[in-house]
Design a protein around this ligand. Structure first.
Ligand SMILES: [Zn+2]
Length: 70
């Protein structure tokens, strides 16, 4: 089973197998920030279309939060 980790700093995501991830979460390979385990399960994830995934990443990451702060 895979889990979805998201970097909220740059919006990169990674599918991490439960046996390989570390207690403190994975580090984003793009920017070095700590990635966070998302609420989305792998089963939910695989049903999303590429556009829906993009929208989800935008919503969850800082890139999508700019609108709220403005
Ligand atoms: Zn990142």
């Amino acid at each position: 089973m895979l889990e979805i980790y998201l970097c909220k700093t740059c919006g990169k995501y990674a599918l991490v197998s439960r046996t390989s991830h570390r207690k403190d979460g994975d580090i984003c390979r793009a920017c070095g920030s700590k990635m966070q385990l998302s609420d989305l399960t792998y089963e939910q994830w695989i049903r999303l279309s590429p556009k829906e995934r993009e929208a989800w990443v935008q919503k969850e990451s800082l890139a999508g939060m700019e609108k709220k702060n403005g």
